[in-house]
Design a protein around this ligand. Structure first.
Ligand SMILES: [Zn+2]
Length: 306
């Protein structure tokens, strides 16, 4: 139901998703579209973003029109292609706390740095790591402003997942009362249908999801479930794990294709250990880098969906 998915989220006590959550739009009201920026240099601007045709009647997997699933033709010079890697949350507002009491911000920073290294090693020299300071809410505006000023070609926000507070269970870690939930695991990819270039955002999101899957990872499936309450989101593609999350400021106010990756759950005790390992960071970074390369390679668009 449209009203459900458009409800703005409240900042949870744990700070889970708080840095990416609220937009000032009213519940049940579709926010106004942001005007497109000056024409981008890449061929992607040839495909004008169209109003999405996704039906919100069901919160299970929803049908996209065939045109929405077609890859958007993109072409870019890796040397000049500006990717902004947004490190989710800040040192002051650290996001979720893991099962072993490590701040999400630290996980995000380490992973984003590794992705930056890999992209640069592959020739994407204009990749920028965006680390924002300050409190949660103002930091959202700051990161959007920074990406818009940089005239980024692509915005990728890096996060790690947790659960709503009501799912948390108690345990003791190193003598300290701690919280966990082993109920869910996996990555997820989010886009906003209110991004001025939703179609290209979705194209890139699909590539990220496809590469995560190719790396042997599974996406988090709980977001379609009613138990998620206000965190419930429509699944746009059941193959790749791409969800829509329309009201996220960093996805809808950025004037370029924008995607948010929840790389994995750090509240799940097993998955936290994996997310902490350099090996998992390598796997995810390789997947993201492969997705960017495909996004920038026009041959992929000619070949069609893989
Ligand atoms: Zn986060």
């Amino acid at each position: 139901m449209a009203a459900l998915v458009l409800l703005p989220m409240e900042v949870s006590e744990a700070g889970w998703l708080s840095d990416v959550s609220k937009s000032p739009s009213k519940p049940g009201k579709s926010p106004k579209r942001v005007a497109s920026p000056k024409p981008a240099t890449s061929a992607k601007s040839a495909a004008k973003p169209k109003r999405h045709t996704v039906k919100l009647a069901a919160l299970g997997p929803v049908a996209l029109s065939p045109s929405a699933l077609k890859p958007v033709a993109t072409k870019c010079d890796p040397q000049k292609f500006r990717i902004v890697l947004d490190v989710g949350h800040t040192a002051d507002s650290e996001g979720a706390i893991s099962a072993r009491n490590v701040a999400e911000f630290l996980f995000n920073l380490r992973l984003a740095r590794r992705i930056e290294e890999k992209l640069k090693a592959e020739g994407f020299a204009a990749t920028r790591l965006l680390v924002t300071e300050g409190k949660a809410r103002p930091s959202l505006v700051r990161r959007v402003d920074a990406a818009n000023k940089l005239q980024a070609d692509l915005f990728l926000s890096i996060h790690h997942d947790s659960v709503p507070n009501s799912f948390l269970e108690n345990w003791e870690f190193e003598g300290k009362k701690s919280h966990f939930s082993d109920r869910f695991s996996g990555y997820s990819v989010f886009v906003s249908r209110d991004n001025p270039d939703f179609k290209t955002s979705l194209s890139f999101a699909e590539l990220v999801g496809k590469e995560m899957k190719a790396e042997g990872l599974q996406y988090a499936q709980q977001y379609t479930q009613p138990i998620m309450g206000r965190y419930q989101h429509p699944l746009l593609n059941r193959e790749t794990g791409v969800y829509s999350y329309d009201q996220l400021i960093v996805l809808r106010k950025t004037r370029m294709p924008a995607v948010l990756l929840e790389a994995g759950s750090i509240i799940n005790r097993d998955e936290e250990l994996k997310m902490e390992s350099p090996e998992r960071r390598d796997i995810i970074s390789s997947g993201v880098t492969a997705a960017v390369k495909e996004f920038c390679d026009p041959r992929w668009a000619i070949l069609g969906p893989l």
